[in-house]
Design a protein around this ligand. Structure first.
Ligand code: GUN
Length: 290
């Protein structure tokens, strides 16, 4: 069994991007720029936004955090996005989700210029993904594809089983793995909470992508020998033995499933660090596009 080290791979990608940005700056050009918009003060979202900002700075990318209070109206938010759409210093716009309930998330996503939609959430970009055209790949799914590629894991003709159908992970990763191209070209099954017998599907997986959001949900009896396991879950569980009183675990029972797996991503240190690295890569792509 081999651990897929997302921390190491994400560091490699950030190094590559840093070199590329240094080259851009050495030509006397402005660096690529990202704005992250945070509405309200959800603690997890605040942490993510700060991490994204720090990662930009570390590779020489320009970044701003736009913090708005929880009472910000939809109209105000749309106006701010429009300003960033027209701001030449900003090449990528990321609105941290979830948004407060009084704001229509779809409307907000659709207000971002598709060429600045580094999350790949705009229907225009989602549509292009589905029909196999060049587009922004959503960061977490893109990170998964990149991990498989950099570990030389064969995907062509393999059965990829995705558990979860969210717009952020399940649906886009299924579409990416389906593409008729290098690093994909898989046979893809998407299953979810309404499946009558989930393990009927998961047991068939050559590559299992777990994006359910339930701690230790995938158990060893649900997978076959030599499965490649990609665990997208980040769940906090009580653990009095730790200093904080809790710890993070994935959607996969790592301890037992890892005994059967050929490759597996740990939590933390697997898919998580890749999401930010791919966001930076998408921002550079947006810059080159613009
Ligand atoms: N919230 C959780 N994941 C994400 C993500 O990938 N992008 C945005 N914008 N918000 C998120």
């Amino acid at each position: 069994m081999q651990i897929i080290d997302g921390k190491k791979i994400s560091a490699e990608i950030k190094e590559e991007l840093k070199t590329e940005i240094a080259r851009i700056i050495s030509e006397g050009k402005n660096p690529p720029g990202l704005v992250t918009i945070l509405v309200g003060d959800d603690p997890a979202s605040s942490v993510y936004v700060k991490m994204k900002n720090k990662a930009c700075a570390a590779i020489g990318m320009y970044s701003e955090i736009k913090k708005l209070d929880a009472e910000t109206t939809e109209e105000e938010l749309l106006k701010i996005i429009n300003e960033y759409n027209n701001n030449p210093k900003i090449h990528g716009i990321l609105v941290q989700l979830p948004l407060p309930k009084h704001i229509n998330e779809d409307k907000v996503i659709e207000s971002i210029l598709p060429k600045k939609d580094v999350d790949g959430f705009h229907p225009y970009n989602v549509g292009n993904l589905v029909i196999g055209k060049e587009t922004f790949k959503s960061c977490t799914p893109y990170g998964i594809v990149e991990l498989l590629r950099r570990y030389n894991i064969e995907t062509k003709g393999k059965h990829v089983v995705v558990v979860g159908r969210s717009n952020i992970v399940g649906k886009p990763v299924a579409n990416l793995m389906l593409q008729k191209e290098e690093g994909a070209n898989s046979v893809v099954t998407v299953c979810h909470s309404a499946a009558r017998d989930l393990s009927y599907f998961t047991k068939q997986a050559d590559i299992l992508i777990a994006a359910i959001g339930k701690a230790n949900f995938i158990t060893e009896d649900m997978v076959k020998e030599n499965v490649v396991v990609i665990d997208v879950g980040i769940n906090s569980i009580d653990d009095p033995a730790t200093k904080k009183g809790y710890r993070l675990v994935g959607d996969v029972d790592f301890e037992n499933v890892s005994k059967k797996a050929s490759y597996i991503t740990p939590v933390p240190g697997g898919v998580g660090p890749m999401t930010i690295a791919m966001l930076l890569k998408n921002t550079l792509q947006a810059y080159n596009l613009q």
